[in-house]
Design a protein. Structure first.
Length: 280
């Protein structure tokens, strides 16, 4: 499986001006050209990750000042609550119910376009402090309506988006959800919460939880190390009863094989090692 990451369902949902989107016919046609070529050249599957940047949007390209606002031409931001990601980031507007309904429709439209373009797999990005993640974390969701408060309340809107997309996405094609299993910050999400989040998405029809962590707040202090996020994938797989994808500091084939053989995850995602060595 090859995954096209963080593609936005709206122009305002991009992280940077250089990020891809899937909200018009030209983008759909361009993606279909890539997918068709991929299927002609390989028997692997190709997936698309859809996500909205939320409070981390309208920022500079990744090789410039990452997560910092554009010098000019910034666009308005949305989030669960009106909390800026950092001291220089603009303050997002807390989403209204009308905002939520409009964005859900945009996600559904993008999911249908992804199917029309021929993608085999769809992933919903609910991690790393982006819009849907901003609902799930108690550090970024201070709402006092039905979309805040308890973990179930904070997951309500992400689950609503997922459910609508799952209904529009063909039943025979898998859907996954990427989550941050640990906020690595006081008062934030814990691995215990991650198990409950995994169970909620499993009940909504999710096939795989893509288990990342952190990046939800600038106060995060992650403890990095070899395969450091795999224990979270292991717990969710065993305790929530859903297939998981392990990702993060998996740097060689032996590590990936051991994770799968030990039943700690069902898939391993490899990013940076492939950038360093395309023939990894």
């Amino acid at each position: 499986l090859v995954m096209v990451e963080m593609t936005s369902p709206t122009p305002e949902g991009r992280i940077t001006p250089g990020c891809p989107g899937l909200y018009n016919d030209a983008q759909q046609a361009a993606f279909q050209r890539i997918v068709d070529f991929f299927h002609q050249q390989s028997d692997a599957a190709i997936g698309l990750q859809l996500g909205h940047s939320g409070p981390k949007g309208s920022t500079q390209l990744g090789w410039q000042q990452i997560d910092e606002p554009l010098p000019e031409g910034n666009w308005p931001l949305l989030a669960a609550s009106a909390i800026a990601y950092g001291p220089h980031n603009q303050q997002p507007r807390a989403m209204t119910r009308a905002d939520m309904q409009a964005l859900t429709a945009a996600f559904v439209s993008a999911a249908r376009r992804a199917d029309a373009a021929g993608f085999d797999w769809l992933e919903l990005h609910c991690a790393h402090g982006y819009l849907l993640s901003s609902f799930i974390s108690p550090l970024t969701n201070l709402r006092d309506d039905e979309f805040g408060g308890t973990l179930e309340g904070r997951c309500r809107y992400p689950l609503e988006v997922f459910g609508a997309m799952r209904a529009a996405w063909p039943a025979h094609k898998p859907m996954s959800v990427r989550i941050s299993a640990h906020d690595w910050a006081p008062g934030g999400l814990t691995p215990d919460d991650a198990v409950r989040i995994g169970a909620l998405f499993r009940a909504a029809g999710c096939d795989v939880i893509d288990v990342s962590s952190g990046q939800t707040t600038r106060q995060a202090r992650p403890v990095y190390g070899r395969m450091y996020q795999t224990p979270f994938a292991d717990r969710i797989r065993q305790e929530a009863g859903i297939a998981t994808m392990a990702v993060g500091a998996i740097t060689d084939g032996d590590q990936a094989n051991r994770i799968i053989a030990a039943g700690r995850a069902d898939l391993c995602a490899v990013g940076r090692p492939h950038l360093a060595d395309p023939a990894w």
